[in-house]
Design a protein around this ligand. Structure first.
Ligand code: ADP
Length: 541
């Protein structure tokens, strides 16, 4: 027997139309220099329709890729809706990538139009001779700045002035591509991930569930995670669907700018990577801000240290919502939220649970596979590579031969090594390529790094595998001392500090001091650079 339901296509268009009908008075604010620009959802939707008409006039057709090179702001939001709703494909480009990778991405995606923030113009001007498929550049401002070498080039506001304010949206299929993002390419060129309308629709519902982030119309949401990084974790689509007030920080991402904005706009929920919150925590030590409007800070992209979660809560009454996900997963995977019966546990245990990456949200299935190919037991001890499946997880990379290795029997291989405890909470032990395989044992580079970074004289530490004749691989710790201890910190001090925490076989075989840990475009440690640098390093016997 079959169910008898409408064949209703899950596309982004009705989400925009809902906002237009129900929430015309709600507000969108963008920080632009010292001032705040604000307008209503009614104005936003009107401009989205004008933009779609303008893009059509420029020759954008269904399936064409339209790229952005921009910070988080309201024009960027308009592009986020105009492009997919007209049946084209939104492609935000990570502006922190090296130039050759940006050119690779724009050519691989065959971007036809690129929108660019005026402050980012020089970077695109430099790359333009290499961008083979681009037919139009649009500067996101009132006028085209004098002397730009881009051509043909238009001003965003001129395009909008020249067209009508209503647009008949085409009916789309839910499996049509709506958007794409590239991974940050820690190995080789970035890989393309294409999101369908259906994935974005369902993911928006996922973000709104009470047991994930409970995103709501009543929130005032500030996305700090860039719109060029996994679509700002999908939050622009979910917030417009719900009619949530939005606060965009523009390029102003210093801790002080963000704290001021939260205070002034009474932001209730925000999202970004841990380094950002560490910065805010640091600021709060010395300066006073009223951040009491915040009901939550969504932290993901890298592990949120337990000490940070505790400090926010104990000192400032602020709630860190720790989550894990990936570009390939739209990105929502797990959220670390205590179950009702865990609320009565002793405080220390509760914080330890919240520092894990959490349980999978409805819509995401998980399993972890050990080296022998068997699924690991959920005992919180056994290690395995995490695999996932669900309606907002990719089934292949876009036009990329490297796809095959990433899937196993319909599951996506995350490349994260995890334990899963009996309550279903995953804990990321390491990236598969970072784990150190010593004899038959796996050593977590992340555990060692966290322990070394807890030393008061250490600024940063990255631990990598170095070849070893007997053990196959052994850990080498690359340590950056805090400036005051640059000449005085010794290897022995660090080893002494680790001794009480790790058994001998998990200790680093050697320690080297370096000036800085190389970083990726999204601010994570880039250990492949260190692996190359220390390829021939000879460990002591
Ligand atoms: P990229 O791969 O482009 O660096 P992603 O944001 O897609 O960027 O990175 C996904 C990876 O980031 C995950 O596979 C995981 O290794 C790491 N990650 C994300 N969230 C967390 C978290 N809460 N704790 C630890 N690692 C995380």
């Amino acid at each position: 027997m079959q169910g008898q339901m409408m064949d209703y296509q899950l596309t982004i268009t009705p989400l925009l139309e809902r906002a237009q009908r129900l929430f015309p008075k709600k507000e969108i604010v963008t920080k632009a220099g010292p001032s705040l620009e604000r307008y209503t959802y009614a104005q936003m939707v009107e401009r989205v329709e004008r933009l779609a008409n303008a893009l059509e006039k420029l020759g954008v057709r269904r399936g064409d890729r339209v790229a952005t090179f921009a910070w988080n702001n309201s024009r960027h939001l308009e592009i986020y809706f105009a492009v997919p709703c007209m049946g084209a494909v939104l492609h935000p480009i990570n502006l922190r990538l090296p130039g050759d990778q940006i050119a690779y991405i724009a050519n691989h995606a065959e971007d036809k139009v690129i929108f660019v923030d005026p402050t980012l113009l020089p970077a695109i001007e430099k790359l333009a001779p290499h961008l083979k498929k681009v037919e139009h550049y649009v500067v996101m401002s009132d006028t085209v700045p004098d002397g730009t070498t881009l051509s043909p080039v238009h001003a965003y506001e001129d395009l909008l002035k020249g067209v009508n304010a209503d647009h008949a949206w085409p009916s789309l299929s839910e499996n049509d591509a709506a958007a794409m993002c590239y991974t940050s390419g820690t190995t080789g060129n970035p890989k393309g991930v294409v999101y369908s309308h259906r994935a974005i629709y369902l993911h928006s519902l996922g973000l709104s569930m009470t047991d994930s982030f409970g995103l709501s119309e009543r929130d005032i949401f500030m996305p700090v995670v860039p719109m060029f990084h996994v679509l700002a974790w999908g939050t622009p689509f979910a917030t417009v669907m719900l009619g949530t007030n939005l606060v965009f920080p523009g390029p102003h991402l210093q801790a002080r700018d963000l704290a001021e904005l939260i205070q002034a706009e009474k932001v209730t929920l925000t999202a970004g990577v841990p380094t950002l919150w560490m910065g805010i925590l640091n600021l709060l030590e010395n300066e006073r801000y009223d951040l009491s409007s915040l009901r939550g800070m969504i932290v993901g992209g890298a592990a949120a240290p337990q000490s940070m979660i505790e400090a926010f809560e104990k000192k400032y009454g602020l709630n860190v919502m720790h989550a894990w996900g990936m570009t390939e997963m739209s990105p929502l995977g797990t959220v670390s939220r205590l179950k009702s019966y865990q609320m009565d546990l002793p405080e220390a245990e509760k914080f330890a649970i919240r520092a894990k990456q959490g349980t999978s949200v409805p819509g995401v299935e998980i399993r972890a596979i050990e080296e022998s190919g068997r699924e690991i037991p959920w005992d919180g001890k056994a290690f395995g590579e995490l695999q996932v499946r669900g309606p907002w997880i990719i089934s292949s990379y876009y036009n990329d031969e490297r796809s095959a290795d990433s899937f196993q029997d319909g599951w996506f291989r995350t490349g994260d090594v995890v334990t899963i405890d009996p309550e279903g909470f995953i804990q990321i032990v390491d990236r598969a390529k970072d784990v150190i395989k010593s004899g038959g044992e796996w050593i977590s580079s992340q555990d060692l790094e966290n322990a070394i970074m807890a030393h008061p004289k250490v600024l940063e530490a990255a631990v990598i595998a170095v070849a070893h004749p007997k053990w196959q691989e052994r850990p080498l710790a690359c340590v950056v001392p805090k400036p005051d201890f640059k000449d005085s910190l010794t290897k022995d001090e660090i080893l002494e500090h680790l001794k009480s925490r790790f058994a001998k076989m998990y200790m680093p075989d050697d320690i080297v001091f370096i000036d800085a840990v190389p970083k990726t475009s999204v601010g994570k440690f880039d250990k492949k650079v260190l692996r190359v640098q220390f390829k021939d390093f000879k460990l002591p016997d």
